[in-house]
Design a binder for this molecule. Structure first.
Ligand code: ADP
Ligand code: MG
Length: 711
């Protein structure tokens, strides 16, 4: 590409901030090519290349100068690392630094993965408020900066002030990056338009944008740097949250749902169906739903509750409420196994009732299907349970008030819309209220971004009497043989077991990742006395259902399967799970799988077979052994893998953020969400003062979020 050099006499060919980065002072074509690897193409990209941290040498002290409870830093080399195991799976990691001949310790409580982050001889800075413990200084949970080869010793020795630190790429050193960003800021920062009105900025105590960007790359103190960084990250998140708020408002204005009133009588009638009392958390969720259902604005609610917390009961409640109001309700599950399980639940609960119900899955016979579709279209069929088949074109509802989507947090906006509208001849078209249920707890932060347009109900407690599954990692053949012994004993006392494998087919005779191979091995050796069966997604539907049914009525002791049993399967008597090559599963998936064996009142046991020793695998398996709290595990997962991967969003670019990271910046995200909410609710966002911000939000998100072009 040949780009003419801009000169004073020419009109600029591009807006200053869009200038190709090679023309920014100190960059040039060679470095521009390197910067492109970091996604930096324009001057604006360079200005928004946030320092991820700072080296704060302004409060750097030698150990003998440290003071108790004052924010300070020390610099040293790692000489020792250790982890102390406490009871109940808790732990303390300790890192010992040699600071010019004196030892200083850093400690982390319940963060076992910190251990692996340090290597002997690493040069690091600990920052925090130290305490005196056993004759030496100790930093509890300090911030850590690893110095790298780019940080020259002269940077550290006798250094003063605050230096920003950036992600780099081969060929660009830290001090070069510092110079480039600093010079770009000096020349171009003033061109950054501040889209926030002065009064608003003052009210929220935010520095002007241009000033923030300059400070970011050239901070005088940690406080200044943090305020500047806050401003830049806040803008990113605020704009995104405004995009979501605008979309939500547009939906609300466009669509109309059937208002469902839940009378006390209906409420009591539904509750009587269950042979248990709803837990406090379930009651809360019901309350949220009842409120939403009464509106003519369609509900978009996400119900997240850990595996086994009892989401089905909530779905049942909401659907029967809709039916009682004279409407239709549909439930959609991701797999047929799961759909048929829900169907059975309804069949049992509604055995004596007149509610007309239909089971809609792909494999129905043509005549059967035609009849069902007719009944749905006429309104005859009131309650529909099925798979994706429910949202196919041919399905026309007469008065669909509620759609429940189970175990599908990836269910997108488009699919949500695809239930279509129910049209009664003499009325306006109506959208269903939508309830999405998931047992993959989504870290709060991601919820607020990806699901910023959904209301969220969360059930945190499990029904009473549930036992925590005892989980252990199994690495050697001797241990494994003890596991099978244990399985035999438990089966003898009446329990059942799952053996889960990552694959269906073997790549060799010995392949212990393949369900087929493992099945053959187990039933001819270790478990030859037991009734062992195989279940996987490639078996035909009839066989699969047959196997599941026989497992349910305990004609099968041990089910060797793939992850087809992952979601929702409910066999309370199955209390054992052996997972082969457990390192191949993600943390969320392992947690889901383990959720299959805490359904009843018997003690559950989970064995994670794995010989893997990679850092990440160890962290994951360790987290499983230590915690059974799905929310905690999800946060840990996000920490180990980064936020994008957790929802499989990294590639799809579903988080269109520039500088913010919703996990890291959770606090800012909350602030941004509140600000966006207030701006839209008060109507300030539609005022002239916010015209620039409105235009920016549209420019950034109209495509990604399908925003209406007006308003
Ligand atoms: P999930 O949230 O994983 O979908 P389910 O809805 O399948 O969980 O419920 C798991 C089990 O807990 C079921 O056997 C269900 O009958 C039972 N259950 C649900 N709510 C309660 C409750 N409030 N008290 C006792 N048992 C309950
Ligand atoms: Mg479920």
């Amino acid at each position: 590409m040949s780009v003419p050099e801009p000169s004073e006499s020419n009109l600029p060919l591009w807006a200053p901030l869009d200038t190709p980065v090679q023309y920014s002072p100190g960059v040039g074509p060679h470095r521009a090519a390197l910067l492109e690897k970091l996604g930096i193409k324009t001057v604006l990209d360079l200005l928004l290349h946030l320092p991820h941290s700072i080296n704060d040498f302004s409060d750097l002290r030698a150990p003998q100068q440290l003071e108790k409870d004052v924010e300070q830093s020390v610099y040293g080399r790692v000489v020792d690392t250790d982890i102390r195991r406490l009871t109940k799976g808790r732990s303390i990691v300790g890192i010992l630094l040699d600071c010019q001949g004196q030892f200083v310790r850093g400690t982390w409580f319940n963060q076992p993965w910190m251990l692996k982050k340090f290597q002997a001889d690493d040069r690091v800075i600990f920052s925090g408020k130290p305490q005196r413990r056993s004759g030496r200084w100790e930093f509890g949970n300090p911030r850590v900066h690893w110095l790298t080869d780019e940080d020259t010793d002269s940077d550290v020795e006798g250094a003063v002030g605050v230096l920003p630190r950036y992600h780099l790429t081969d060929g660009i050193k830290m001090d070069q990056m510092r110079r480039m960003t600093k010079q770009a800021a000096q020349k171009y920062a003033s061109h950054m338009e501040d889209v926030l009105p002065d009064y608003y900025r003052d009210y929220h105590k935010l520095p002007p944008l241009a000033e923030a960007v300059t400070t970011l790359h050239q901070p005088a103190s940690r406080e200044q740097w943090e305020a500047a960084r806050h401003r830049v990250i806040l803008d990113d998140l605020l704009e995104f949250q405004l995009g979501l708020a605008v979309r939500r408002r547009a939906w609300g204005a466009q669509s109309l749902a059937y208002p469902v009133d839940v009378t006390a009588k209906v409420d009591a009638r539904i509750r009587r169906l269950f042979d248990f009392r709803l837990t406090g958390g379930q009651d809360e969720a019901v309350k949220d739903l009842v409120e939403d259902l009464a509106q003519t604005q369609p509900m978009h609610r996400l119900l997240q509750a850990d595996v086994g917390a009892g989401k089905t009961a909530i779905a049942v409640y909401a659907m029967l409420a809709a039916v009682a109001g004279g409407y239709q309700a549909a439930l959609m599950a991701p797999t047929e196994v799961l759909a048929s399980q829900h169907w059975q639940t309804f069949e049992e609960l509604l055995a004596g009732s007149r509610v007309k119900r239909g089971f809609l899955v792909g494999g129905l016979r043509a005549a059967e299907k035609r009849q069902l579709l007719e009944d749905i279209a006429s309104g005859e069929c009131q309650l529909i349970v099925g798979t994706q088949a429910v949202i196919q074109e041919a399905v026309k509802f007469r008065r669909l008030a509620l759609a429940v989507i189970d175990e599908q947090h990836r269910f997108g906006v488009r699919q949500r819309a695809s239930f279509g509208s129910s049209v009664e001849t003499d009325r306006k078209p109506r959208q269903p209220h939508v309830l999405v249920m998931t047992a993959t707890p989504i870290p709060r932060s991601l919820c607020l971004t990806r699901f910023g347009d959904l209301d969220v109900s969360t059930i945190r407690e499990l029904p009473p009497g549930r036992q925590k599954v005892v989980t252990s990692r199994v690495a050697t053949a001797a241990e494994e043989s003890r596991v099978w012994n244990f399985v035999r004993k438990q089966v003898a006392s009446g329990r059942q077991a799952y053996v889960v494998c990552p694959r269906v087919e073997g790549q060799s005779e010995q392949d212990d990742a393949a369900a087929e191979t493992v099945f053959e091995q187990l039933r001819t050796s270790e478990l030859s006395q037991l009734r062992v069966e195989l279940l996987h997604g490639r078996m035909d539907r009839e066989t699969r259902h047959d196997v599941m049914d026989r497992f349910r009525v305990q004609e099968i002791d041990v089910l060797v399967s793939t992850t087809v049993i992952e979601v929702g399967v409910n066999v309370p008597n199955a209390t054992l799970m052996v997972i082969r090559q457990a390192e191949r599963f993600g943390l969320a998936q392992l947690h889901q799988l383990r959720g299959r064996i805490c359904r009843g009142s018997f003690q559950g046991y989970c064995f994670l077979l794995s010989t893997a020793d990679s850092n990440e695998a160890m962290q994951r398996l360790e987290a499983m052994v230590e915690s059974s709290d799905g929310f905690h595990l999800a946060e840990t997962d996000a920490e180990i893998r980064g936020p994008g991967d957790v929802l499989g969003l990294r590639q799809s670019g579903a988080l269109p953020l520039r500088v913010a990271n919703p996990i890291r910046d959770l606090k800012v995200l909350r602030v941004a969400r509140q600000m966006a909410h207030d701006l839209v609710r008060t109507g300030d966002f539609d005022s002239d003062e916010f015209a620039a911000l409105r235009a920016l939000v549209l420019r950034r998100f109209s495509h990604a979020l399908d925003l209406p072009q007006t308003g």
